[in-house]
Design a binder for this molecule. Structure first.
Ligand code: ZN
Length: 193
């Protein structure tokens, strides 16, 4: 019995040896062309330096957010990267994250997002200016304001969530209330089907 087993073992070994041999005859791997290094797009708006000289056509970047949220970037060139935010009416609530991707301090190039009726924009900005920097340039408990972020400096971000039902009646806009910014930093925000 013991011998029989060892015979089998020997046979298995020889089989394994054979198998190993046949495996060792596989073709040498062809020289795999190395994958091209992914070139970073680096498509930063380099034209920002000349902003202010020309009334550049703002690319209408309509954002339809199926997930009921959006990120808006702002920068040292006094710009939002969205000119319109379209909210699916199926979103009961909507979330906006404002990021200041620049480096300037809040005292020099502060940005916020304030949402209000287009017809109230000028008054909201004026009252915000009167409320001064310590109030984030937003009048306290301003009932015309649907929602607003805090005032951000470079590298900061803030997120707000609001009921979309508040946008049902009238034309609404989002804008920055830092003194002098509203003309450059504003866009439409609306409900769409
Ligand atoms: Zn601003």
């Amino acid at each position: 019995m013991k011998q029989y087993l060892s015979l089998i073992a020997a046979a298995a070994l020889s089989l394994a040896a054979c198998g190993g041999e046949s495996k060792s005859t596989q073709p040498t791997p062809a020289a795999v062309p190395s994958a091209p290094a992914a070139e970073a797009p680096a498509s930063q708006p380099a034209a920002s330096e000349t902003a202010g000289m020309v009334s550049e056509p703002v690319p209408s970047s309509v954002v339809e957010s199926a997930d009921c949220s959006v990120v808006v970037n702002s920068d040292d060139a006094m710009k939002f990267d969205k000119s319109e935010i379209a909210i699916k009416s199926s979103c009961a609530q909507f979330t906006i994250t404002l990021k200041h991707i620049g480096k300037a301090p809040v005292t020099a190039m502060g940005h916020n997002i304030v949402i209000a009726k287009a017809s109230d924009r000028a008054a909201v900005v004026t009252d915000g200016m009167a409320a001064k920097a310590e109030a984030g340039y937003v009048k306290a408990n301003d009932e015309r304001v649907v929602a607003h972020t805090k005032m951000l400096g470079g590298g900061e971000e803030d997120t707000i969530t609001f009921d979309t039902a508040k946008l049902k009646d009238g034309d609404f806009e989002f804008f920055c209330t830092f003194p002098g910014h509203v003309a450059m930093m504003n866009g439409k925000i609306k409900l769409v089907d």
